[in-house]
Ligand binder design. Sequence first.
Ligand SMILES: [Mn+2]
Length: 464
Amino acid sequence: MKYLAICEDDLLFQFMRKVATRRGEVLFLVQAAEVTRRIRRHGGSSQWGDLEAEETYAKCHIEQISQAILFIREAGLRGRVYSLLRRLNKKLPILSLSSEKEAKGDQKDPLLRHLTLENMFEEFCAPQLLDAFNRQKVERIRSLFREKDKINILLQHDPDPDGIGSALALRELLGRNKTTTPIVTFGEVTRPENLAMIRLLDIQIDRITYEDLHQGGSKLALVDVQPPYFDPPLGKVDLVVDHHPRRDPFSARFTDLRTSYGATSTIFTEYLRATGMEPSQRLATALLYGIKSDTLFLERGSDIADLEAFTFLYPFASRALVTRMERPSLPREDLAALGRALSRIELNNGVAVIHMGEVKREDVIPQMAEFCLQIEGVEWGVVSGLSGDRVVISVRNVGYVKSAGDILKRLFDEIGSAGGHRAMAKAVIPLERFKEQFGEVSEKVIREAMVPLITQRVEEPESA
Ligand SMILES: [Mn+2]
């Protein structure tokens, strides 16, 4: 493709420099020798001459030009140059850039297109403005912390990929490491995909207590969550970057809330871009996965910004790793236990109960519970296993039934820790306590304890 850009000065060249070199050859035809020299000095190709003279276009080999771009602000001159071009080449597509919506009299020419400066501004300048905005935010974030500060990056109770990716990015933007800037939570990562993510990307998430949070004057940064989420209150918060709506008021030294965004990782991707930082494969993969999982692959509540961030990250990220996170692998050591459990699976009222015995990796338990929901007729998956000296029970259901969290709490809260929500819950009980209460750990015991509660609770709405 060969373009001829006809302009009064080198402004268009400044705009088009990158596009020009990427899209093919652009010859800038201008009126003054000085402008031609300036363009050439910056690596562009340019000629000068009288824009209204036929021989100027002969010198430019107009017959070899595939498209002309007109950028002449003076309407009279623009009209005359357009007419001349059209006379010289009837088939030449012409793009006319002007501040007016459309010049009169040209509407009949199907090979003439108008683009207003307004549109150009949007195309060329809007990303720049956003970059400047983001750069300013990053400067502000960097100024919040002194070199000797320890910073805790706090995530919600069950950290998800968006929070984890954002935390990594914040640490990167600050040029810090996991010792001075740990990623912390009061809870723990439980979902198999998220466990796969931190394992595959080697991300450390530490459990912290309220007492330790501000210990030694540590600073506090919240990503993908806001202070009112926490109870008891957190005390002094230095930074909040999030995309959830602000439900309750809070104060922090720095806040960047973008509620139209589908993911906090999108905000951090923009920060990185604006500062010209190329993300490592690890960071790009984490952010990409954060955006992908928070927006259900750019469907739910996503914004054009999410799509742009995703597109930016994609070449840096590892698709193979993302695939492995989405389909967490089952450890070979635990396959035998799984196989045995599956072969004798029994269903009572849509409840599948499996006891896996000892497992090498605890996350196979929730993975298995989730898998149960794929079995025909199953509405509840209850899977238990022994991990060290703890009994771990994971429950999943199809969602429109009574709360899994409530049931586990009722059964096990006294002797261990139990909780979760409607569709997903977990209990962890010290083996000794479990034995004191139930005698032994077996499928039968767990089935007898749980199934009545589940079925009773499921039937409640009907009798009500
Ligand atoms: Mn999020």
